[in-house]
Design a protein around this ligand. Structure first.
Ligand SMILES: Nc1ncnc2c1ncn2[C@@H]1O[C@H](COP(=O)(O)OP(=O)(O)OP(=O)(O)O)[C@@H](O)[C@H]1O
Length: 937
């Protein structure tokens, strides 16, 4: 049964950018186009959850485990690809695979029938856990707190029952999943935390967790014993490097486990047959995993992949996967019989090993005492031997043997000294190789740093361009909106004016109406008074008519009597006609009985009166109606326009919000970049210091050793002064010094270049900040919500104290300038009444054309403020960068002078000493008064 290899892509981080792995839909992955592919059995994409990974790729292993098979999950991948994430998870909300295995294991154990295929019931299940770490060829027990004596370090041993295992490793019984989880997390916390020059220990360490299950199944008298091993392998990134180089660089032990693992997997992949003989003994990790790799285990590998990584590293990882997938294991159900058979076989092998003197394997955690013990043992045996001979022989023999012993002792001592010297030489050679490699490495790191700086620069430029484009767009929008608002304001003023005019007209009409009403009342009163008078007159008239009639009747009677008296005809007399005329007159004046109410004018008169009285009113009514209609229309239009403007404003707000979000993202990027830059700088400084320290150390040690050697050899060659090694060494030292000086010069040149680039980056960073600030201010001026505008620009400032202080000073200056400009603007605004609250009243009293002029003036003022501010900011940024460059140059010159001054001083002292003077230049004399210089000569 071959090892299954499944993959899991880690989600990309923001810093990583685009993927460079070639991933096909069927799970085939290559490091680059045309490169070798590896087909994963399942490839989990970056958005697959750990639970899905468990369900798809781990749960089946758990079922086999419960059925009595040994199973193993190897979690591998390069450092940072997510091995720990898969094994441990991140928080309680995102548990890792170990916790899931424990949860499901106990859940299934608590079911009535945990294995549906076999339908066998469980009895007395016992779960135990064991966890060790293999780092730097040391095996550490993680299940218990480290003991003071052995610091938790364990030896490896082999027994028939347990096979190769960590001797005395703590085994903890676990009764439920949460208990198991707690033990696991505690053990995880005990991992080695050290960080060396070659990275943190976690990158080179392997974690092995065994979960053992012992359970009686069905009627079987012997319990089934199965083991679930979960292994986090060391980071696989070094697989692509040459192992010899790796070991030369890091020392022989650090990557031994990884190198041995690679060798073991290669030879297992090449030998799929059961009669193969594989050499697992090269490292403790391969020894501890020999059953999991090629033995009685069903093994599955979960390889974590980074989407963006070095193609060489990916190639190494994919090659490792190919080898793993070719490894054949031979898992069996570990029932009582199988276990008995295996133990018996193992016991025989051990017996054979012991007989041949090669086993059982036992590795001590410390190797030095073994040598000492061996030396002691040899000496003890020699002494015993001598003692035996001593008894057997005579005095001569005893003397000779004693001499022999002394000689041997001397010989051994000499041998020891020789060994020590050789070791020293070896060390020197190693140190030198180490140093040059470290120098090379630091050079590489420097190159990487420069590269990342260039990347940062490009990123900065991109951000700046984006910010500028956004700013430009926003400014355009804002100007458009401002124009619109101005237009609307003008419109509003117009409407206000017409409303005022209408109001005035209305007041006038009202006044007219009141006057009319008053007039009407007066007329009505007059009319009533007149009617009264009229009635009175009528009554009088009637009385007079009656009186007149009486008089006329009297007169007629009289005239008739007169006619009778004068013998005339009384009927045809003049008096009768007079009487009739008077009667007709009276009848005409009072016969109709006219009432006051009956006196009404005709329709024409009424129309005429109405015309005169209400003609104006009607006119006004029509006028008002017309104006009302106009106003309603205008209002409607205004409402439409206002809705449109509001809509546009809302859209623009949204746009601004989006831009703001973008700006916030850019901010985040900036912050990340800044963090990276700082860490890169720290790293670079550290590397430079280290290189310098190492250089110094190396030089001092080399000089010391070479001087020792020269002394030593000179003593031996005193008779051949012409071949003095000292001269040769001096020459060599000079060469070394010269090359070191050149190297230093190169390094300082590179550092200067780097710093210049840094200064440029800071400059562009400042410019970016300015752009950001301007954008912010424009947004603020438009009245956008402050909360939408993202972090304040001050939060994003450089933390470097020197830059900060200069920056702060400059900022203060610019701030005061800005405040002054703002004050001036405010004064101008006040003078021309451009403040918001005054606007309405001003608009009412100003003439129509004025608002346009104010708008233009306001715009000009704003532009002037912004331009002035921008210019000031640019000037400030330029001054700042110049300042920092000058400071940097000054500091470098100072350093250079300091460094060289010390060297010159040393040189002067050395020359003075050679000339026989003391450090102050005073010539030294011996007791007789001769100058030492003369004597030396
Ligand atoms: N599938 C994932 N989903 C989300 N984040 C992940 C995932 N895998 C890894 N990460 C994140 O990637 C980072 C590196 O992961 P992790 O520390 O597990 O890597 P590693 O291979 O164990 O590295 P090292 O060997 O250095 O310990 C962590 O911050 C982790 O949260």
């Amino acid at each position: 049964m071959n090892i299954d290899v499944v993959g899991r892509m880690r989600p990309m981080t923001r810093v990583e950018g685009a993927t460079n792995l070639l991933v096909e839909a069927n799970g085939r992955v290559a490091a680059h186009a045309g490169g070798p592919y590896f087909g994963f059995q399942t490839l989990h994409s970056s958005n697959t959850s750990t639970y899905d990974v468990f369900k798809t790729s781990v749960e089946a292993l758990l079922d086999l485990y419960l059925a009595g098979y040994n199973v193993c999950l190897l979690i591998g991948g390069e450092s940072g690809a997510g091995k720990s994430y898969n094994m441990v998870g991140e928080t309680n909300n995102r548990p890792g695979l170990v916790q899931m295995v424990l949860d499901h294991l106990f859940a299934k154990l608590s079911e009535e029938r945990y294995h549906p295929q076999t339908r066998m019931s469980k009895q007395d299940p016992e779960v135990t856990m064991e966890m060790v770490e293999v780092y730097n060829e040391l095996v550490k027990d993680l299940m218990s707190a480290p003991h003071a004596l052995n610091m938790g370090l364990l030896d490896i041993t082999e027994s028939a029952v347990k096979g190769v295992h960590a001797k005395n490793a703590t085994t903890t019984r676990v009764s439920n999943a949460s208990m198991g989880g707690t033990y696991f997390r505690n053990a995880w916390g005990r991992r080695t935390e050290a960080t060396t020059d070659h990275g943190p220990a976690s990158q080179n360490a392997a974690i092995i967790l065994h979960i053992d299950l012992c359970v009686k199944v069905g009627d079987n008298p012997q319990p089934y014993k199965s083991r679930f091993t979960i292994v986090e392998l060391p980071g696989l990134e070094k697989l692509s490097a040459d192992p010899t180089q790796v070991q030369l660089r890091e020392g022989p032990k650090l990557s031994k486990a990884l190198i041995a693992l690679s060798q073991v997997t290669t030879s297992l992949a090449n030998h799929p047959f059961p009669d193969r003989v594989i050499h697992y003994g090269d490292s403790k990790l391969t020894q501890l995993l020999q059953e999991q790799l090629g033995g009685n285990f069903k093994t599955r590998a979960l390889i974590c992949l980074k989407a963006k990584t070095d193609p060489d590293i990916s190639n190494g990882v994919l090659k490792f996967c190919t080898n793993l997938s070719h490894i054949r294991n031979f898992p069996i159900v570990n029932d009582g019989l199988a276990q008995g058979l295996l133990v018996q076989k193992e016991a025989r092998i051990l017996e054979h090993k012991q007989q041949s003197g090669s086993g059982p394997v036992h590795f001590s955690s410390t190797t030095a005492p073994v040598y000492n013990d061996t030396g002691e043992e040899i000496r003890r045996l020699q002494t015993e031997n001598i003692t035996v001979k001593y008894d057997d022989s005579g005095d001569d023999l005893r003397r000779l043997q004693t001499e022999n012993l002394v000689l041997k002792d001397q010989n051994e001592r000499l041998q020891l000294r020789l060994d020590r010297l050789q070791n020293k030489f070896g060390d020197i050679a190693n140190t030198r190789t180490d140093l040059s490699q470290q120098l090379l490495l630091s050079e590489e790191e420097k190159l990487k740093v420069s590269q990342s700086l260039v990347d940062i620069q490009i990123e900065n430029n991109k951000i700046r361009e984006e910010a500028e484009a956004a700013k430009f767009e926003l400014t355009n929008k804002i100007i458009l909106l401002e124009n619109h608002v101005l237009e609307l304001e003008a419109e509003r003023d117009k409407h206000k004016k017409s409303a005022t005019y209408a109001k005035e007209r209305l007041a006038e009409v009202e006044k007219d109406r009141k006057d009319l009403a008053d007039e009407y009342v007066v007329l009505k009163t007059n009319y009533l008074a007149l009617t009264k008078e009229h009635q009175k007159e009528l009554a009088r008239n009637e009385e007079l008519a009656i009186e007149l009639l009486n008089l006329v009747n009297n007169k007629a009677a009289l005239m008739r009597q007169v006619a009778i008296l004068t013998n005339g005809d009384p009927e045809t007399s003049e008096a009768n006609s007079e009487i009739d005329r008077i009667r007709a007159l009276v009848a005409k004046n009072s016969g109709g009985k006219i009432k006051a109410g009956d006196i009404i004018g005709n329709q024409t008169d009424r129309d005429h009166v109405e015309q005169t009285l209400f003609a104006n009113r009607k006119k006004y009514d029509i006028e008002i109606e017309r104006m009302r209609r106009e106003l309603a229309d205008e209002n409607k239009k205004m409402e439409h326009r206002l809705t449109a403007v509001m809509k546009e404003l809302a859209e623009n707000r949204n746009l601004a919000r989006e831009r703001q979000q973008k700006i916030s993202e850019l901010n985040a990027k900036l912050i990340t970049i800044r963090g990276e830059k700082e860490s890169l700088q720290t790293q670079l400084n550290r590397l430079q210091h280290k290189a310098k320290d190492l250089g110094e150390d190396f030089r001092a040690r080399l000089i010391k050793y070479v001087e020792d050697i020269a002394e030593f050899v000179d003593k031996g060659q005193a008779n051949h002064p012409q071949n003095r090694l000292r001269d040769y060494c001096d020459g060599m030292l000079k060469d070394i010094r010269r090359s070191h000086k050149e190297r230093e010069a190169q390094l300082s040149e590179a550092a200067r270049g780097y710093k210049e680039r840094m200064a440029k980056t800071i400059h562009s960073y400042e410019a970016l900040l300015i752009a950001y600030r301007n954008l912010r201010q424009t947004c603020e001026a438009r009245g956008f919500d402050k909360a939408d505008l993202g972090p304040d620009e001050y939060e994003m400032k450089l933390s470097d104290s020197e830059i900060q202080s200069a920056h702060m000073k400059e900022l203060d200056r610019v701030k005061s300038e800005l405040a002054r400009t703002k004050n001036e603007t405010d004064t101008l605004k006040m003078r021309y009444g451009l403040f918001g609250e005054d606007k309405d009243t001003m608009a009412e009293i100003t003439v129509a054309g004025k608002s346009d002029i104010w708008g233009a003036m306001r715009k000009q003022l704003r532009e002037f403020t912004l331009n002035t501010q921008q210019q000031l900011e640019q000037e400030r940024a330029r001054l700042l960068s110049e300042n920092s460059v000058l400071k940097e140059q000054l500091r470098e010159s100072q350093q250079y002078i300091d460094g060289h001054l010390v060297r010159y001083k040393q040189e002067v002292v050395r020359l003075r000493k050679m000339l026989g003077m003391n450090e102050d230049g005073v010539i030294l004399t011996d007791r007789v008064g001769r100058s030492l210089r003369t004597r030396r000569r």
